[in-house]
Design a protein. Structure first.
Length: 461
């Protein structure tokens, strides 16, 4: 595969020509200028145009729509949030946490509704999500999570399953139970992001591709600067480049690009699926620090993703990091460990890409009327549904519309910056190594590493 289709199975099978749209050729003015042709920028543009049909909105993308995490993710459209419910309740209180989770459930519905209304064939399927306890050592985690949901009054949306009940959904080795969230969906990310771009264009928005933004400026005359031209915006600019925002000098430490890598099998036969079960295409994950996540695609493949590719000094982003063979090999072996009957299965694709991680793991959605700069970033790999909520919220903040979501904890906030190098590299590489050691010790029934508490403290602070 050549061209942009080589970056993921999702882009390869997006069902349309990936030839780039025209770029910004000369300086011009719009009402709102959006940096980033991924979910955050596109959802923001989409809802701005829904609210104000005559608005002049332009989206600027360095490559093509869906080039980044929006076209490479695991296909989850989940009400799960990057920060756990227990931490959210500790930071913001029970009422705000419950409101946020209800908004996340609504976001899943909203993605499906927009797909239907706009005719986007994104393979949206609400099959639920299973957070598995693979091994008895993972049971306390899902039980504690369920207890928090009960305290928040969300136990009707989350169900604790026994091992036998879990196997009725999917037959996985060493499963001891699961937390089941019925209100979760899977999507074809490439078809969703590309279809959303077309919907924006039908509503009068402009998308400029292969146009790199090298700087930005707020204030009385907010603008995005590209090589040789600028895009001026009367009402404001939106910065929605996720992990790629670290390439801008002003935002280099705002988010850290962390890689997540994925492998994909060939389509399974009917006989193989009968052995595994998994008939409702639930999204599946483990409860390790180095999370494994699985999706059954609409054409009968298994996607197996994992975080674990090493962080590169200076928040460097390169195509070479998309394919870290040790991590991809580990994912292939892990899939067969989960499903031994698939020994010898063929793998057709392997890819990866950076996601944006804020210092406190908490997404930020903000618009400053003084600088006229809006931001939406920091989903830490939980962005498909979260970006929909963020896009609606940011559109409201820009237009002054009030719908209630403006009071959610992710609104009008900013995470503190990451540490300077080499402190950032030393701390992150240490935590990656420590969490892998903690997982390995748990899986082998060994004592936790002596530095486990230090690593966990660093991960929360």
């Amino acid at each position: 595969m050549t061209g942009y289709g080589r970056y993921s199975f999702w882009l390869e099978t997006a069902g349309e020509d990936l030839s780039p749209r025209a770029g910004l050729q000369h300086s011009t003015e719009v009402d709102v200028a959006v940096l980033g042709g991924g979910y955050s920028g596109l959802w923001t543009a989409y809802y701005l145009l829904r609210q104000n049909p005559g608005l002049r909105v332009a989206v600027v993308e360095r490559e093509i729509v869906g080039f980044g995490a929006s076209g490479r993710n695991g296909g989850w459209c989940s009400p799960k949030f990057p920060v756990t419910a227990s931490v959210l309740a500790e930071r913001y209180g029970s009422d705000a946490t419950r409101a946020l989770y209800l908004a996340m459930h609504e976001a899943v519905d909203e993605v499906g509704r927009v797909c239907e209304e706009e005719g986007i064939d994104a393979h949206f399927h609400q099959g639920g999500a299973l957070s598995l306890a693979r091994g008895a050592h993972q049971l306390p985690v899902i039980r504690a999570t369920y207890a928090v949901y009960r305290q928040l009054g969300l136990d009707d949306r989350n169900h604790l399953l026994s091992a036998d009940e879990t196997r009725e959904h999917v037959k996985v080795t060493d499963v001891h139970g699961a937390l089941y969230t019925p209100h979760s969906a899977s999507v074809h990310p490439g078809r969703l992001v590309r279809g959303l771009a077309r919907a924006i264009e039908r509503r009068g928005g402009t998308i400029l591709e292969q146009t790199e933004v090298v700087s930005f400026e707020g204030g009385a005359n907010p603008r995005l600067f590209t090589h040789g031209a600028e895009l001026r915006a009367k009402q404001g600019i939106v910065l929605a480049g996720e992990g790629y925002l670290s390439r801008l000098p002003q935002l280099h430490r705002a988010v850290m690009p962390v890689y997540s890598l994925i492998v994909l099998t060939e389509p399974l036969s009917d006989a193989q699926w009968r052995q595994i079960g998994w008939q409702n295409r639930e999204s599946i994950s483990s409860n390790k620090y180095t999370v494994d996540y699985l999706t059954r695609t609409a054409d009968g493949r298994i996607l197996f993703g994992s975080r674990g590719a090493p962080y590169v000094f200076g928040s460097k982003i390169t195509d070479e990091q998309d394919c870290h063979e040790p991590t991809h090999s580990l994912a292939r072996r892990a899939l067969v460990e989960w499903f031994p009957s698939l020994e010898g299965i063929g793998f057709t694709h392997a890819w990866g890409g950076p996601l944006g991680m804020p210092r406190d793991w908490m997404p930020s959605v903000a618009f400053d009327p003084a600088s006229r700069i809006g931001t939406a970033r920091g989903y830490t790999g939980q962005g498909v549904a979260t970006t929909n909520l963020a896009g609606r919220l940011l559109a409201n903040l820009i237009s002054g519309k009030q719908t209630g979501i403006e009071a959610l904890p992710l609104a009008q906030r900013q995470s503190r910056n990451w540490e300077v190098e080499p402190l950032r590299w030393l701390a992150v590489r240490y935590m990656q190594n420590a969490f892998a050691r903690i997982d390995a010790a748990s899986e082998h029934g060994q004592a936790r590493p002596v530095d486990a508490q230090i690593a966990e403290w660093l991960g929360k602070h």
